[in-house]
Design a protein around this ligand. Sequence first.
Ligand code: NIG
Ligand code: FE
Length: 412
Amino acid sequence: MRTLYINIKELLQVREENINKVSGKNMKVLPTIKNAYLLIEDDIIKDFGATEDAPKETIDKVIDASGKIILPSWCDSHTHLVYAGNREQEFVDRINGLTYEEIANKGGGILNSAKTLQETSEEDLYEQSKKRLDTIIKSGTGAIEIKSGYGLTAEAELKMLKVIERLKQNYPIAIKSTFLGAHAVPKEYKTDKDAYVKKIIEEILPQVANAKLAEYIDVFCEDGYFSVADMEAILKAADLFDLKPKVHVNQFNAIGGIKAAVANNALSVDHLEVMKDEDIEALKNTDTMPVGLPLCSYFLSIPYAPARKMIDSGLPFAIATDYNPGSSPSGNMNLVVATACIKMRITPEEAINAATINGAYAMGLSDTHGSITKGKKANLIITKEIPSYGYLPYDFGNSNIEEVVLDGITVS
Ligand code: NIG
Ligand code: FE
């Protein structure tokens, strides 16, 4: 099946050569073609160029995209989309003055979600998660990473990862799974965190890895959660199973997690709301992608990752939703792009690079996703008729998406 879009007002994130990630210096450049055509064959981008050079032979389907912009689907490299219930009450508690930390110390937060998830059947968890996946696909996400971490027992962590596996099998969207057993210390281990770290390393991780239920390893490296030493021990154990790190670091405190993550070949370091100069230095000239989560900062009213400073220091940068019940109950990448422009002061070009090619890199998918490149997956967003691509973040909170294509097929 061949589909040809012609008269596209502007085709974004066009790359002749596949690249792995956009460096800080060229994040400002968003390569585009005006008045373009795009040819899809089955699930693959076959060709593109100026409309006048569009193929003249008979094509199964020709679509006039006058006035519309086409860009690669969003690549959301950090989510906790599989969870049970919600934490609306904690949202209200925070409005009434409690902090995220105070709520967690009372047994709320991650432990609250873990209790709910442990009591939820796999079937019910699948049904709840599927609804969210359907919604984010409609909002233009074409590749996503999903973490475990609300189970905190072998049984419940495996339940989460099996649900992720089922979503992978039943949906056309690319899904990467991450084992986050070290998300919080369960109540039973409150006075003996080391025993829980040992349990992760010796009991849960081998089961997860042997069942091939995860591709990445994550740890919440933070005061009150897991120390740098805990993280290092878990990453080293996971390395034996070839699970690469993608870790939660520097959300509330800079405790040295970035340097340790880079030393353990992390694919990405995520959150980064609190950054010391030495953290930025540690990321220079490495293969580790810094990932900012602007909706978490928005929802919790905490600082935003210093994206401007990081990009100006020559670092690449990716953005993701952090979709989860506690700190970002939204999986909308359009809002992420707008919030990154508005609150992190990054330009629409930088934000679109951050949400496509760099997001793809941060989940090991940049060979197949994240740009309009021949041979990559035909995962696309076709906008309504809009003045320019900068209008997408400018017109924040409104949907300017007309059509979503996954694997060459229109899904919404
Ligand atoms: O990325 N920071 C750690 N984990 C999640 C939030 C967890 C929660 O509150 O449920 C995050 O923000
Ligand atoms: Fe997270």
